[in-house]
Design a binder for this molecule. Structure first.
Ligand SMILES: Cc1ncc(COP(=O)(O)O)c(C=O)c1O
Length: 364
C-alpha cells in the first residue's frame, strides 16, 4: 500500500483489488444479477434512502450530465463555489439548458439564505449543489439548503454532488428531502475509478418521464426498467462491481457512524496541525471539509519538491486544483485512511517544513 493522501483515486484494500480478478459472468445471468442486486441494495444504506440506486459504468461527471438531462426541461440554478460545481454548471450549459449561476468566492460556502434569495427571483426546475467542493475543501450545508428550497419553491428538485463525501460523511437523502444524490467509486468508497452511483427519488423519476431528449446511456427511466430486472441497459463493469460488492460489506462492517467519526477525527487532526504549523486553511471556518483539507501555500512551498520528498517515503498529497495549483495544496483524509497514517504524514510534513525553514533562514 502506498498511502495516497490525494482526493481520489484513493488507496484500495488489496482484497478489494483482488476481487476484480474473479472470472467474468454473462451480465444477463442469474449469478451476476444477484451480485448486482445486492450491491445496489446495500449501497442504499450509504445514501440513507429507501429509493433506487443506479450503479453506472462511468465516473461521477457522467452522472452530473444525467441529472441535468433527465430532470430539467430548461431552468437550472447552479450553485458554484469551486471547480467541480463550476464543471456541473458547464455540463448543464453544454446540454443546452438555461442555467443561472449562484456563485460565491472559492473558499466560501453556499448558504441557505443565498439560495432562498435566488429562488425568490425565479422559478427553477432543479438546483445543483455540491456537498463537498474537493477543490477548495468547503463543505456546503446541504440539509439547510434543501430546507430553504422546500420552503421557497417546493417543486424545485434538489440535486447533490456528493462525489467526495458520500461514504465518509453522512448524507441523509430521505430525511433531508434530496431528489438526486450522485457519487463516484474512487473517493470515500475506496473502490477503483470507473463506477458512479446515483440515488433518485420517486418525484425525480416522475419528472424524468416528462422530460424529452434524455439521451440513451444516462436515461434514468431506461435504467429503472432494467433495475427492476436486477440489470443495467448496457454491459456493466463487472470487475468493478465485484470490488464494490465486497467493499460495501467492509464499509458496513466498520459501521457507518464509526466511519463518519473516523473521517471527522482525521479532518480535525489535519486542520489542528495546520493551524499549529502556521498554515492557513483555505475554506471558511464552520464549513471545512471532513474528507479533504485545502491549505493556502503561505510558505511558498514548491509542491512538486514536497511531493518528491513524500514519495521517497511512499506517501503523496495533492497540489491545488485548477487556478489554485501552486497557491494551495490538499491533504485528503478519506476512504480507508487511518489516523495512524495521518500521524506519519504529519510527522513527515513537519520534517520537511523544518528543513525548508532552515534552508530559507540560512539564505537570508
Ligand atoms: C466534487 C466532485 N464532483 C465531481 C467530480 C468529478 O468526478 P469524476 O472524476 O468521478 O468524474 C469530482 C472529481 O474529483 C469531484 O471532486
Amino acid at each position: 500500500m502506498s498511502p495516497m493522501f490525494v482526493p481520489g483515486p484513493v488507496d484500495v484494500d488489496p482484497e478489494v483489488l483482488a476481487a476484480q480478478a474473479r472470472p467474468m459472468l454473462p451480465h444477463r445471468s442469474k449469478e451476476f444479477e444477484s451480485i448486482y442486486r445486492r450491491a445496489w441494495e446495500k449501497s442504499r444504506q450509504l445514501f440513507f434512502t429507501q429509493s433506487r440506486v443506479f450503479i453506472v459504468t462511468a465516473s461521477g461527471t457522467g452522472l452530473q450530465e444525467a441529472a441535468v438531462r433527465n430532470l430539467a426541461h430548461q431552468d437550472i440554478l447552479s450553485c458554484v463555489n469551486g471547480a467541480f460545481s463550476k464543471r456541473w454548471h458547464e455540463v448543464a450549459l453544454a446540454n443546452g439548458k438555461r442555467a443561472d449561476l449562484l456563485e460565491v468566492a472559492w473558499g466560501k460556502p453556499i448558504t441557505p439564505e443565498m439560495v432562498a434569495d435566488a429562488l425568490r427571483k425565479k422559478q427553477y426546475e432543479i438546483i445543483l449543489v455540491t456537498h463537498n467542493e474537493t477543490s477548495t475543501g468547503v463543505e456546503n450545508p446541504i440539509a439547510e439548503i434543501a430546507a430553504a428550497v422546500h420552503d421557497m419553491s417546493p417543486e424545485t428538485l434538489v440535486c447533490v454532488d456528493a462525489v467526495s463525501s458520500l461514504g465518509g460523511v453522512k448524507v441523509e437523502m430521505d430525511a433531508w428531502g434530496l431528489d438526486l444524490v450522485l457519487t463516484s467509486s474512487q473517493k470515500c468508497l475506496a473502490v477503483p475509478p470507473g463506477l458512479a452511483l446515483v440515488a433518485v427519488s420517486d418525484r425525480a423519476m416522475a419528472r424524468a418521464e416528462q422530460v424529452p431528449n434524455r439521451g440513451w446511456y444516462f436515461d434514468l427511466v431506461r435504467m429503472e426498467k432494467h433495475l427492476l430486472k436486477d440489470s443495467s441497459p448496457a454491459t456493466p463493469a463487472l470487475s468493478l462491481i465485484y470490488a464494490l460488492d465486497l467493499q460495501l460489506d467492509r464499509i458496513l462492517a466498520e459501521g457507518l457512524e464509526i466511519r463518519f467519526a473516523r473521517h471527522r477525527a482525521m479532518s480535525q487532526r489535519v486542520q489542528g496541525w495546520a493551524q499549529e504549523s502556521g498554515l492557513e486553511i483555505f475554506a471558511a471556518e464552520g464549513y471545512r471539509s471532513q474528507t479533504v483539507t485545502t491549505l493556502s501555500n503561505t510558505f511558498n512551498l514548491d509542491i512538486s519538491a514536497l511531493n518528491a520528498f513524500l514519495l521517497e517515503r511512499d506517501m503523496r498529497i495533492a497540489n491545488g486544483y485548477g487556478p489554485l495549483k501552486g497557491k494551495t495544496f490538499r491533504i485528503a483524509h478519506m476512504g480507508n485512511t487511518q489516523m495512524a497514517e495521518i500521524e506519519s504524514l504529519l510527522a513527515t510534513l513537519d520534517e520537511y517544513l523544518s528543513e525548508t525553514t532552515a534552508i530559507r533562514l540560512k539564505s537570508l
